[in-house]
Write a protein that binds this ligand. Structure first.
Ligand SMILES: Cc1ncc(COP(=O)(O)O)c(C=O)c1O
Length: 413
């Protein structure tokens, strides 16, 4: 049996995976152009001093065939602005997945709403429409639907349920910039959608950024006002209309984002090709590992891949597997996250001082969170994550498969 790298054997891959180079001369020129203009006094770097943010919003909305876009400073700000645009009453409930980024849940708390978690589909780790339906109450205002790792949720079923119950759908497309469901981009199904444009995502507006999309004009103005301290946009009022924050995107960020948007399709195409190849090779060559696949309605734009581990077929655990695969030169992690409701900030209700708001509000429904999503807990224990990006070529795919084969052979029962 071939010696594992972790025990001093030769690693399958000894060179690092290729770097992800996101920018070229186009982004450089776009940024320099703005700096040069501002050096002549012709442009400020704030969005009101130029045309970049306005143009980026227009182009982003056009790409997704949506009417309105609001550019903001992060994905968290996008979720927050989308939710705030609905102006929910305190203690309204917002259903979401426990497998997501805290940035998709903390805005619920800031709006003094109560998060409710629905369980997930084991095969995608995305919110399950069936579980979600069970968790709707008369207090439910909205559902935040994540498309995890770029694999679409069953968004049409979720939108149908939401419509029947008069609930708003916010799509969280932070990890799915160019994924399609039934031929249509995710981000164009819900009442609103939110994107993260931080630098690790498929495309970026520089270091951080976000975008809110909607076809609803009123909600568009609400989101735009919220993202700029309640400014009276589209109003004859002379003073600010409501509370909000300053979540504005800057001109430099938007100039980068506009160049990146042009690369969206190409990046998606390459990532999809890598994902399809890996899915096929894993099926052909491995029995204890499987790459999670989207259903036949979906065209994913993968952000990373979930690898299902058949623990019953292996004499080891995911922690050791991850260490062994990393030593073979493969970028895996033992586990994606722990469910939101098991994270310290959540279990201890560390919100505003000692108040435990919003749960301490008298109208808040008492919700039992402990083990409220058993499938999510099991799915997180059963899956490792594998990083990929558009610079992976045949060699990288080959090395990943060879490393998994070597490790499987070693631990197979
Ligand atoms: C699913 C999801 N939602 C929201 C966010 C928050 O985005 P940001 O980090 O841009 O605030 C992220 C960030 O990774 C995410 O993955």
């Amino acid at each position: 049996m071939e010696k594992l790298a972790i025990e001093g054997g030769k690693p399958v891959r000894s060179s690092p995976m290729p770097p992800r180079i996101m920018f070229d001369e186009n982004e450089k020129k776009a940024v320099m152009n703005i700096i040069e203009k501002s050096m002549t006094g012709n442009q400020a770097l704030d969005r009101y001093g130029g045309i970049e943010v306005d143009s980026y919003e227009k182009e982003f909305a056009e790409f997704f065939e949506m009417k309105y876009a609001t550019a903001v400073s992060s994905g968290t700000a996008a979720i927050h602005s989308a939710l705030a645009s609905l102006n929910p009453e305190p203690t309204s409930e917002v259903i979401t997945s426990p497998i997501t980024d805290p940035g998709a849940v903390m805005p619920i708390i800031f709006q003094q709403c109560i998060p409710v978690f629905c369980d997930i589909d084991y095969d995608t780790l995305n919110p399950s429409p069936e579980s979600l339906k069970e968790r709707i109450t008369e207090k439910t205002k909205a559902i935040i639907v994540v498309h995890l790792a770029g694999i679409p949720s069953r968004i049409d079923e979720i939108c149908k349920i939401a419509k029947e119950h008069n609930i708003f759908v916010i799509e969280d497309c932070a990890q799915a910039h160019c994924s399609k469901y039934k031929g249509k981009y995710v981000g164009s199904f819900g009442t609103l959608s939110a994107f993260s444009l931080m630098s690790g995502k498929h495309t970026t507006s520089g270091g951080q950024g976000g975008m809110v999309l909607t076809d609803d004009e009123d909600l568009y103005w609400n989101a735009k006002r919220f993202a700029d301290r309640g400014k009276p946009f589209n109003s004859i009022e002379p003073t600010n209309l409501c509370i909000g924050l300053n979540y504005r995107m800057t001109e430099i960020e938007a100039a980068i984002g506009r160049q990146q948007l042009k690369k969206n399709l190409k990046i998606a195409e390459k990532r999809k090709e890598i994902y399809i190849n890996l899915v096929e090779f894993f099926k052909k060559e491995l029995t204890a590992f499987r790459i999670l696949e989207a259903d036949e309605n979906s065209e994913p734009d993968p952000w990373f891949l979930f690898v299902n581990v058949r623990k019953d077929r292996l004499n080891t655990n995911n922690q050791l597997l991850a260490q062994v695969l990393q030593a073979e030169g493969i970028p895996v992690a033992q586990k994606y996250v722990v469910p939101i409701y098991q994270q310290k900030w959540f279990t201890e209700k560390n919100t505003f001082g000692k108040s435990k708001l919003p749960w301490s509000l008298s109208d808040a429904r008492d919700i039992e969170y402990e083990h409220c999503c058993p499938i999510a807990e099991k799915a997180l224990d059963d899956h490792m994550t594998l990083s990929i990006h558009e610079y992976y070529e045949t060699q990288e795919i080959y090395d990943i498969v060879e490393a998994f084969k070597k490790v499987e052979k070693f631990f197979l029962k």
